[in-house]
Ligand binder design. Structure first.
Ligand SMILES: C[S@@+](CC[C@H](N)C(=O)[O-])C[C@H]1O[C@@H](n2cnc3c(N)ncnc32)[C@H](O)[C@@H]1O
Length: 289
């Protein structure tokens, strides 16, 4: 059933004062909350109601609490609509490192000569648009132009975008892992949709802590697009799982964090060979000596 949503930007104190006041008024039948808008930094008061809201009653309360009338927006939301999917429908295809990543909503023709991947994100990370993902796709492309890794591992696979890229280009097995079970099932679905369901083995694991990962190593290529903190923690495990001469591609690293990550991997015998910068995000290519 559609619900009505009232929202307005206020100061943090005002937003919480209004949440408290609304919570005490059962007759308004509103469910209220406050949050900071990540994009604007503004505090937003939000209230939903699954029957037509008592706008006059709410306005009178707001006036009492805030000392003035407020100009809030009212929107009708249909919970049956998949809002995540809807927000993805506006995304254009991405081109990175000879890879063409598009969503199933895309109607644009796939350009010739590119490795095309249809990636649907659902609730997982990795539509291909983020600078960390495009940085990894570019690094993968650079690597595959000069060598053919046999055993490959993608840690923190999200939608499986990087594992699928590797499987499509090499036609070899790729182990893809994620701590999040939704990412694992999304990766399986995306791999099947891209005709590499037999080549991408998706497993749920924190870091490299998984029997399938251990049994299929040592790896000639390990890709991990996570974040600087977890990447540093994973350095010893990556070092143990990497074959001699292996390439390690790391992303999810802000420019000022790169030195710390490089040092953590150097302590495990991996040296920096290339660095790709996309806005504030750094992607590192290292080699196991
Ligand atoms: C930034 S996304 C990268 C997704 C995809 N590989 C890409 O490049 O677009 C990071 C992913 O790593 C997963 N993750 C975070 N910490 C992890 C850990 N310690 N072990 C395994 N996966 C992890 C998250 O669930 C998320 O799906």
């Amino acid at each position: 059933m559609p619900v009505d949503q009232l929202s307005v930007s206020l100061t943090k104190d005002q937003a919480y004062a209004l949440v408290d006041a609304v919570s005490e008024r059962d007759d308004l039948a509103l469910t209220a909350s406050a949050h900071e808008d990540e994009a604007t930094g503004e505090w937003v008061f939000e209230a939903t109601c699954d029957s037509p809201p008592d706008i006059d009653g709410f306005n009178a309360l707001a006036q009492e609490v805030l000392g003035g009338t407020i100009d809030f927006a009212v929107e009708t939301i249909d919970p049956e609509v998949n809002w995540v999917q809807k927000s993805l429908e506006g995304l254009p295809p991405v081109v990175a490192g000879g890879f063409y990543v598009y969503g199933s909503h895309s109607t644009e023709p796939v350009p010739a000569g590119m490795t095309a991947m249809r990636i649907d994100a659902a609730q997982a990370f990795g539509t291909g648009h983020h600078e960390t993902t495009t940085g990894c796709l570019e690094a993968i492309d650079r690597l595959l132009k000069r060598s053919r890794p046999v055993r490959m591992l993608d840690v923190g696979t999200g939608t499986g975008v990087l594992a699928i890229a590797l499987a499509k280009r090499t036609r070899r097995l790729v182990i893809a892992s994620d701590i999040d079970p939704v990412s694992v099932s999304t990766t399986r679905q995306n791999a099947a949709d891209n005709g590499v369901g037999q080549l991408v083995v998706a497993v749920e694991a924190e870091g490299l802590n998984n029997a399938t990962i251990q049994q299929n190593g040592p790896y000639d290529l390990i890709v991990a697009n996570i974040l600087a903190g977890p990447l540093q923690a994973l350095a010893p495990a990556v070092g143990r799982a990497a074959s001699r001469g292996a390439t390690i591609i790391l992303s999810g690293i802000l420019e000022h964090q790169a030195r710390g990550v490089i040092n953590a991997y150097a302590r495990q015998g991996m040296v920096l060979t290339q660095k790709l910068q996309r806005k504030e995000w750094t992607t590192l290519m290292l080699e196991m000596r």
